[in-house]
Write a protein that binds this ligand. Structure first.
Ligand SMILES: *[C@@H]1O[C@H](CO)[C@@H](O)[C@H](O)[C@H]1NC(C)=O
Ligand SMILES: *[C@@H]1O[C@H](CO)[C@@H](O)[C@H](O)[C@H]1NC(C)=O
Ligand SMILES: *[C@@H]1O[C@H](CO)[C@@H](O)[C@H](O)[C@H]1NC(C)=O
Length: 448
C-alpha cells in the first residue's frame, strides 16, 4: 500500500485525474479512502460536475443558485434521492421532455400535473397496501405525483363513434385506493384510470396469478372460463420505466396526433402514405383493449384515414368520393372483401388543399391483421370521369397478451367449458351495430 502511495505522490495530477474521470461515484469514494493524494484528487470538483450531470441532471444555474460545490451538490441530491440513482436521470429526462412538449401542444394538461410526493408519503402508501412499489415508479412519483382526475388524460385519448377514452396518470393516493385484492387482479396497482370507461392499466406488485412483478397491462375478462374472475392481459410494459419512457418518446417525437390539446393514441407508420395523382392518403391505427378479448379471440382496432388533395392541384381536378373497397386479411390469411358507398356515410368533396379525416374500426379473431383497398372518385367537372385511388396496406397488431395462470395450468375452472369461440367470426356478421359499452366484445360497423 505504502509503495503505491509513494508512486502516486510522484505522478503529476493530470494523468491521474484523467484516469479517475472514468470512475463512477462509488469507485471515486473508494479511491478517496486509499491515500491522501487520491483523497485530494478524488475531491477535485470538476470530476463531480460530471457525476452531477450524469445522475442528477444538475445545471450550472442550479449550482450557482445553491452556492455549493459540485461535490456538495452531488451529496445533497444523493441524500434525498440516493435510492433512485439508477433511475432518476432517465425518468426525470422523460418528464422534462414530456412537459416541454405539452407546454407547446397541450398547455392545459401541464396544469393538471401534481407536484412530487415525499419519501414519507410513499412509505405510508406502501404500509397501507402491504406491498413495496417498484423503485423506478417511486422515483417518478417523487418528480410528479401523477395528475388530477381530469380530461384530457396524460396517457392519451381515443374517440370512436360515441366511445371515448382518456387515461389519467393517477396520483399515488388515488391509485392506492384502487389497489386490488380480488381474484384475477390480486395485488395489482392501477397506474391509470379513465373516468369515462373505468379502464385502468395495472401494475403487478407481486408474482401471482401468472403475472410478473412490475409488469403493466390492461386486463380483460376471460369470457370462456366458467369462473368469472379469470382475466387475460394485454401487456403494455415490463417495467414502469419502459412503459413511461416509450410512451413519452412516441409523444415527443410526433408519433401521436394532437387534436384539441389531447394526445390521441393513433400510431402512424410514416411509410403508410400513398399519393395517386393529386390525392394523398395516409393511415394510422390503434388497438382498443377495452373492446377486445383474448378468450374468445376478438381484437378491436380503429384506424384513422386522412385524405388530402395536394395544394398545387388544378382547381378543375376537384373531385368527390363515391365508394370504397376493402380487402381485409387476418393473420391466418383469411380474406374478406367489403365494398360500399362513401366513407362513414359521407361523400367528401376534395378541392386543392382540402383534407378529409375520418375514423373507423375493424375486428379480427387473430391478434394481428391488415387492410388495403381503394376509393373511387369522380371529377366534379364530369360525373363520367371516374378514377380510383389505392389505400396503402396498413397493419394492426395488438400488444402481447397472456392468459391467466389458471388457464395456462389447465385449471378445470377455466377449461371445462367448451373451447369454441362464442364470438363472431372475423367478419361475416359485421353488420351488428357498434355498441358503446366499455368492456370487451365491442362490435364494429362494416369497415368504411
Ligand atoms: C461503478 O463501477 C464499478 C466497476 O468499475 C461497478 O462494479 C459498480 O457497480 C459501479 N457502481 C455504480 C453505482 O454504477
Ligand atoms: C422509507 O422507508 C425506507 C425503507 O423502505 C427507509 O429506509 C426510509 O428511511 C424511509 N423514509 C422515510 C422518510 O420514512
Ligand atoms: C375454482 O373455483 C372455485 C369457486 O370459484 C374456487 O373456490 C376454487 O379455488 C377454484 N379453483 C382453483 C384451482 O382456482
Amino acid at each position: 500500500m505504502a509503495a503505491v502511495a509513494v508512486v502516486l505522490d510522484l505522478l503529476p495530477a493530470d494523468p491521474l485525474l484523467l484516469v479517475l474521470s472514468f470512475l463512477n461515484y462509488t469507485d471515486l469514494n473508494s479511491c478517496s479512502c486509499v491515500c491522501r493524494r487520491l483523497h485530494q484528487l478524488c475531491n477535485h470538483d470538476p470530476m463531480w460536475k460530471v457525476q452531477c450531470h450524469k445522475y442528477w441532471l444538475v445545471s450550472e444555474e442550479e449550482k450557482a443558485e445553491k452556492k455549493l460545490s459540485w461535490k456538495e451538490m452531488f451529496c445533497e441530491y444523493f441524500s434525498d434521492l440516493g435510492r433512485y440513482i439508477e433511475h432518476y436521470a432517465e425518468v426525470r429526462t422523460a418528464w422534462e421532455e414530456l412537459k416541454a412538449f405539452l407546454e407547446v401542444q397541450c398547455p392545459r394538461m401541464i396544469a393538471s400535473l401534481k407536484v412530487g410526493v415525499t419519501e414519507q408519503q410513499l412509505n405510508t402508501t406502501e404500509e397501507k397496501i402491504g406491498f413495496k412499489l417498484p423503485n423506478d415508479y417511486r422515483c417518478s412519483l417523487r418528480i410528479h405525483n401523477g395528475q388530477r382526475l381530469v380530461v384530457p388524460g396524460l396517457m392519451g385519448s381515443m374517440a370512436l363513434s360515441s366511445h371515448y377514452r382518456s387515461e389519467d396518470l393517477l396520483d399515488v393516493d388515488t391509485a392506492a385506493g384502487g389497489f386490488q385484492q380480488r381474484r384475477g387482479l390480486k395485488h395489482c396497482f392501477p397506474l391509470t384510470f379513465c373516468i369515462h370507461t373505468g379502464l385502468s392499466q395495472y401494475m403487478a406488485l407481486d408474482d401471482v396469478e401468472g403475472r410478473h412483478r412490475c409488469e403493466i397491462f390492461y386486463h380483460c375478462a376471460d369470457q370462456m372460463a366458467c369462473d368469472p374472475s379469470v382475466v387475460d392481459m394485454f401487456i403494455t410494459g415490463a417495467s414502469f420505466t419502459e412503459w413511461f419512457t416509450s410512451y413519452v418518446h412516441s409523444v415527443v417525437s410526433g408519433g401521436f396526433p394532437i387534436i384539441r390539446e389531447q394526445i390521441f393514441r393513433y400510431v402512424h407508420d410514416k411509410t403508410c402514405v400513398t399519393r395517386t395523382g393529386d390525392i394523398i392518403i395516409s393511415v394510422s391505427t390503434s388497438f382498443l383493449p377495452e373492446l377486445s378479448s383474448v378468450h374468445p379471440p376478438h381484437y378491436f382496432f380503429s384506424y384513422r384515414i386522412r385524405i388530402e388533395m395536394a395544394k398545387e392541384a388544378m382547381p378543375e381536378n376537384a373531385c368527390q368520393l363515391d365508394s370504397r373497397y376493402w380487402k381485409i386479411t387476418n393473420a391466418n390469411g383469411n380474406v374478406e372483401e367489403v365494398q360500399g358507398p362513401g366513407v362513414v356515410g359521407e361523400f367528401p368533396v376534395m378541392r386543392p388543399g382540402n383534407v378529409h379525416e375520418y375514423t373507423s374500426c375493424t375486428t379480427f379473431t387473430t391478434p394481428s391483421g391488415y387492410m388495403e383497398g381503394y376509393y373511387t372518385f369522380h371529377r366534379l367537372s364530369s360525373k363520367k370521369d371516374i378514377f380510383s385511388v389505392p389505400i396503402p396496406r396498413f397493419h394492426m397488431r395488438c400488444p402481447p397478451s397472456r392468459g391467466s395462470a389458471a388457464r395456462q395450468e389447465n385449471d378445470p375452472n377455466v377449461t371445462k367449458q367448451n373451447e369454441e369461440p362464442r364470438g363472431d367470426g372475423d367478419s361475416h356478421r359485421r353488420t351488428t351495430m357498434f355498441v358503446n359499452v366499455p368492456g370487451p366484445m365491442g362490435r364494429c360497423l362494416p369497415p368504411t
